[in-house]
Design a protein around this ligand. Structure first.
Ligand code: 5AD
Ligand code: SF4
Length: 449
């Protein structure tokens, strides 16, 4: 049996796509392997969001060229596929710059992998068409055992692409326009996942709260309504979603957070910068005050909501005072966890052409300052859990005998001792202690059977 190795970089959407590619390849008779040495086929599922991520692909391809030459000297074959957003952005350029590459396939065309792989040896192909709806219809449904093996927490794509065109971002070019999957298809997936033991669904998309899917009766369903429909699927106990845009936080979504227990009290809502001038230059189309208003409204509805965001430091022209506005916003809002990045100029985006590109040194300095504060807030947030009792969804046995590991409603890793609980159970745990990246606790005595 032929073996395939898939390496995924970047966002959750790539993790999801890599799983779908594994399903496609298994239907084609490939077995998944975790070792490149074993593989007859290597797929790099790439990320183009920042320069560093894209550069990694070329250095990896250099290494694969040597590996491929060695295999050929032994009379063996190795196929190399570049998938994901670098494939979409670079297209033919990849086959020119990287001789090891046999197939280049974009994120909207990987359902064509079987036919692309069947091409004659030495024939190099580039497939980067945009046809999202067709892709979703053609993806094979994985066997139930594979879904079970993937665990009790699963991703489900509800929406793809983005029409927002933030001036720093490549996503609208690599993932294409915003497309929502029809409600019936999403519910079909949710039922199938729940039947295989999935208890937590994370609804994913580049801009999930812009969701506007067809209900099959001529109507359009909002993200808030969709959350109600998914919460009604038997077995689904927890729902999360990411990533959202502040401009698409509508009443339905606020109400869903208020009314649906399964919607976890955790919101990832990127702001990127605390400066109105920078937000405008980024084409975010909202101010820092408007963002804070949304947060206030959410906190009124769900006082226990934990917040998370993305930040970019060193956007072209960002002054020291403007960076300080970001620091102030972070101090004012208080985040449970966040992602922060140095601005990276991406070819073809408007910001890459702007005046006032900042030095790497200055960007690094600002990033360190911001990350210091964000980390302090994360640790504070985790410390506040000590002494509280929180529900933990058990995801796997812990590292030590008798230990179980899972997640809190706020996405914190929690471990505790138990011999009578199972993966998939949701158990109230009293938090006793914390380390840098996890919490530990104990089962309440009333819950010991
Ligand atoms: N440079 C740095 N960070 C970026 N992001 C997107 N594009 C860039 C870029 N050019 C970050 C944003 C976004 C997250 C997914 O990646 O913060 O929310
Ligand atoms: Fe990129 Fe997000 Fe802006 Fe869309 S909303 S362009 S995905 S940063």
């Amino acid at each position: 049996m032929k073996k395939a190795f898939i390496k995924s970089y970047g966002c959750q959407m790539n993790v999801y796509d890599a799983e779908r590619m594994t399903d496609i390849l298994q239907a084609e008779g490939y077995q998944e392997t975790s070792s490149q040495e074993d593989a007859d086929l290597i797929i790099l599922n790439t990320c183009h969001i920042r320069e560093k991520a894209a550069d990694k692909v070329y250095s990896e391809l250099g290494r694969l060229r040597t590996m491929k030459n060695e295999r050929e000297a032994e009379g063996k074959d190795l196929k190399v596929v570049v998938a994901g957003c670098v494939a979409q952005a670079e297209g033919k350029e990849l086959t020119r710059r990287a001789p090891a590459v046999d197939v280049v396939v974009g994120p909207q065309s990987y359902h064509h992998l079987p036919e692309l792989l069947r091409r004659k040896k030495g024939e190099r192909v580039v497939e980067t068409e945009f046809e999202t709806e067709e892709k979703f219809e053609q993806l094979p449904v994985p066997p139930r055992e594979r879904t079970i093996a993937r665990g009790v927490s699963a991703f489900l794509t509800i929406q793809e692409g983005c029409d927002k065109f933030c001036t720093f971002c490549v996503v609208p070019y690599t993932r294409g326009v915003e497309i929502s999957r029809p409600v019936a298809k999403i519910l079909e997936d949710a039922h199938r996942l729940a039947d295989a033991g999935v208890r937590e669904l994370t609804l994913i998309g580049q801009n999930v709260n812009a969701y506007h899917g067809e209900d099959g009766k001529g109507g359009i369903v909002s993200m808030g309504r969709l959350l109600h429909l998914i919460a009604a699927v038997p077995g689904i106990k927890r729902i999360r979603y990411m990533t959202s845009h502040p401009r698409d936080m509508d009443d339905d979504l606020f109400e869903a957070h208020r009314d649906i227990d399964a919607v976890m009290p955790y919101l990832h809502l990127p702001i990127q910068s605390g400066s109105d001038r920078i937000l405008d230059a980024m084409n975010r189309k909202h101010t820092a005050a408007e963002y804070c208003k949304l947060i206030e409204r959410m906190r009124t509805i769900r006082p226990d909501i934990a917040l998370s965001s993305d930040f970019i430091v060193g956007f072209p022209g960002e002054t020291d005072a403007e960076f300080k506005e970001t620091m102030k916003l972070v101090a004012d809002v208080g985040f449970a966890s966040s992602f922060s990045f140095k601005y990276s100029a991406r070819p073809g985006t408007p910001a890459a052409e702007m005046d006032g590109q900042l030095s790497e040194e200055l960007k690094s300095e600002r990033l360190i300052t911001l990350q210091h504060l964000l980390e302090e807030q994360r640790q504070d947030f985790n410390s506040k859990m000590i002494g509280r009792t929180i529900d933990v969804l058990i995801e796997k046995p812990g590292r030590h005998d008798g230990q179980m590991g899972g997640k809190s409603p706020y996405l914190q890793a929690v471990h505790f001792n138990s011999t009578h609980h199972q993966v998939g159970d949701i158990v109230p745990i009293r938090i006793l202690d914390k380390s840098t990246n996890s919490l530990s606790g104990e089962i309440l005595s009333s819950d010991i059977k």
